[in-house]
Ligand binder design. Structure first.
Ligand SMILES: [Zn+2]
Length: 297
């Protein structure tokens, strides 16, 4: 790569670190310096600092010990061989793309259809147990994926299709009618970093960012990106369902509380720092997210 004139400049006494120039524009570099992500070390060298919080995590390997087992009263539906939804979501994410067809010939208590639906896949579930269809409908309704009761999107058949290869006398197997998948819009595809930036400026107060759970004001790197409506209640990963919280608030909320549940929890335990600021931060974050939704096409 040759020199990029717009990235060749002098900044705080430093010249281009690479022949092709800097990686960041002068404004971005200064911004990163102000945030503490670029540091001038005592020995006079530059250091790019990265914080754990800026990462989405490390890739999983072939031992999955991080998915919690089912506990009573959580996802458990009473079906003896039920597995955690998070496990099936990981398998589907790792092995298919949005819009693909997922087939589970032992669909049992419907975890595969629910996981597939949440991830925007199409699905076919089969089971010899005649209660399976009710379980599919119940769990879809519980996770707010589809409406219950004769939803036209769930096609239910009890007569097994017959094969037609080499058996021209049998009935034709109908082609699978694939439901067209809705493509996510641009604003629904914002990265974690982009959502953080947008919410950080919406929740800013001077140089700090206000936690929407307790109202504490901290530098942006102490803020964590969380869901307003928890994922287990069908809360999506889109910016309109995101909020920046301090670490303790994010920990207390985990996957169980809504944002208003978290606020009540903090109030009850005396962890509230500034209710007015927290509410204002939550409102501003929502406004900024809605502006994104309305303007990014
Ligand atoms: Zn907080």
């Amino acid at each position: 790569m040759g020199a990029r004139p717009n990235l060749c400049f002098e900044w705080r006494g430093f010249r281009n670190p690479h022949p092709s120039g800097w990686r960041l524009s002068k404004e971005r570099l200064e911004e990163e310096y102000q945030k503490g992500n670029v540091v001038i070390r005592p020995d006079g060298n530059l250091e790019r600092r990265k914080y754990l919080d800026d990462y989405e995590g490390i890739p999983v390997d072939d031992f999955w010990g991080d998915i919690p087992r089912l506990t009573d009263g959580n996802e458990r539906s009473g079906y003896p061989t039920q597995k955690p939804l998070a496990l099936y979501e990981r398998i589907i994410l790792a092995s298919s793309n949005p819009g693909d067809l997922v087939l589970d010939p032992f669909a049992g208590c419907a975890t595969t259809p629910v996981a597939a639906e949440r991830l925007g896949r199409q699905w076919v579930g089969m089971d010899i147990w005649d209660g399976a269809i009710d379980e599919v409908r119940r769990r879809m309704a519980d996770s707010r994926q589809l409406l219950t009761d004769a939803n036209p999107q769930i096609v239910y058949a009890t007569i097994p299709p017959e094969r037609t290869d080499g058996n021209d006398d049998g009935p034709e197997v109908p082609d699978l009618a694939l439901r067209p998948q809705r493509q996510p819009e641009h604003w629904e595809r914002l990265s974690h970093a982009e959502m953080r930036d947008i919410l950080a400026s919406a929740q800013a107060n001077g140089d700090s960012v206000v936690c929407a759970g307790c109202g504490i004001q901290l530098p942006v790197r102490y803020m964590e990106l969380d869901h307003r409506e928890p994922r287990k209640d069908g809360g999506q990963n889109v910016i309109t369902n995101r909020i920046l919280l301090c670490g303790p608030c994010n920990g207390a909320k985990s996957a169980n509380l809504t944002l208003s549940g978290l606020v009540r929890h903090n109030r009850r335990l005396g962890f509230e720092v500034d209710r007015g600021l927290a509410e204002l931060a939550a409102i501003r974050a929502r406004d900024a997210a809605q502006r994104c939704r309305d303007t990014i096409r």
